[in-house]
Write a protein that binds this ligand. Structure first.
Ligand code: SF4
Length: 356
């Protein structure tokens, strides 16, 4: 494949941009970056910051090796973990591998082929559910609205297919190379995996509706997360993750992305490192959150701004939630015993006093 074609494939595959957007969906700068495909490291360089979140080639290689291992030998490792977790019944059969060749698949040559094969798969299981393969790797759906430029395509990591008298049920799965430490799993990594699975759930539901296949084929409200056992590449499946809230959040986010795309983006705007687009991202309002530190090269700038504005978000999401829009200085004053100005301040004072 030519370099230009590879770039085009990468541009059409909007998954990375969705993931970035899902980490802070309320920041306008982040939304613009995702819609325009503006790289945050380029924006950080333009703002005089040293980019720090380029993905480590070792982390990428480990992630690729983990995913590849899950789908070898009829997805034996993933299947065993899914059956143990109750996502699939014991004795499940069949793997449909829709991964692109460039992502480790053996057959699907590019985005158009992946879209065609995914649609053919969905129509086939609606027509003849009992022939359905129980695991599908990397189906690609086109989100039926123009959510993200130049078009919204999403690769779902894995789908578990179960069949009953009511029809076919598709359960989306998100694969991450994060270690699963039970109750001590990193909450940020867990939240990001759930948010991503919620995006899949919502996108798959839209695609099924668009193809007219609902209710013969439905997307389950729950999903599964595939992490690693600490220190190994063996899969650990978290089943029955309720994605209702995350899917609703994805729906609201899609609407906002579409609004942004339609209001300010012209067809000729689309170029990943265009200085005008970078300037737009840098000028957009921000909404600093704890998660910013884990993915956005602009985090030092936004953290400094939040510090200067005395915003509670610099102390983490939990503190920001308790204080709402209140400044840290006001919260400290309330803790020191000044009289609250209204009921909300009285409530915050009571909670802070209890916490102390
Ligand atoms: S660091 Fe700043 S620009 Fe980046 S997502 Fe957070 S608030 Fe938005």
């Amino acid at each position: 494949m030519e370099v230009d074609e590879l770039r085009e494939e990468a541009r059409r595959n909007t998954r990375g941009r969705f993931e970035q957007w899902a980490k802070n969906p309320t920041c306008e700068a982040n939304i613009l970056s995702a819609v325009h495909n503006v790289r945050l490291d380029k924006a950080a360089s333009a703002a005089g910051l040293a980019p720090g979140f380029g993905q480590s080639p070792f982390a990428i290689a480990r992630g690729n090796a983990f995913e590849a291992g899950l789908f070898t030998a009829d997805a034996a490792a993933l299947r065993a973990a899914l059956e143990r977790a109750g996502v699939l019944p014991a004795g499940s059969r069949g793997l449909l591998d829709l991964r692109l060749r460039q992502n480790g698949g053996s057959r699907v040559s590019g985005v158009d082929a992946a879209l065609f094969e995914t649609e053919a798969w969905l129509r086939a299981i609606a027509a003849d559910p009992w022939q359905a393969d129980s695991i599908v790797a990397a189906p690609m759906v086109r989100i039926p609205k123009g959510v993200i430029l130049p078009e919204a395509l999403l690769i779902i990591d894995a789908v578990a297919v179960t069949v009953s008298a009511e029809g076919v049920r598709l359960t989306v799965g998100e694969i991450k190379v994060f270690p699963d430490r039970g109750g001590h799993t990193d909450p940020g990594q867990l939240a990001s995996a759930r948010a991503q699975a919620g995006v899949y759930r919502h996108a798959l539901g839209l695609a099924l509706d668009h193809l007219g296949l609902t209710p013969r084929v439905t997307a389950a409200d729950d999903g599964f997360l595939v992490f690693t056992w600490p220190g190994s590449n063996a899969p650990s499946v978290r089943a029955r993750e309720d994605l209702t809230y995350q899917a609703r959040r994805a729906e609201r986010g899609f609407a906002r992305l579409e609004e942004v795309a339609q209001s300010i983006v012209r067809d000729d705007d689309f170029a990943a490192d265009n200085p005008t687009l970078i300037a737009r991202v840098l000028a957009a309002p921000t909404d600093y959150k704890e998660a910013c530190l884990s993915f956005c090269d602009l985090a030092p700038r936004c953290h400094s701004r939040a510090m200067a504005a005395d915003e509670p978000s610099v102390l983490g999401d939990d503190v920001a939630r308790i204080l709402g829009g209140m400044t840290i200085a006001r919260a400290l004053a309330l803790m020191a015993g000044v009289a609250p100005a209204d009921d909300r301040e009285a409530d915050v004072q009571r909670r802070l006093t209890q916490a102390r």
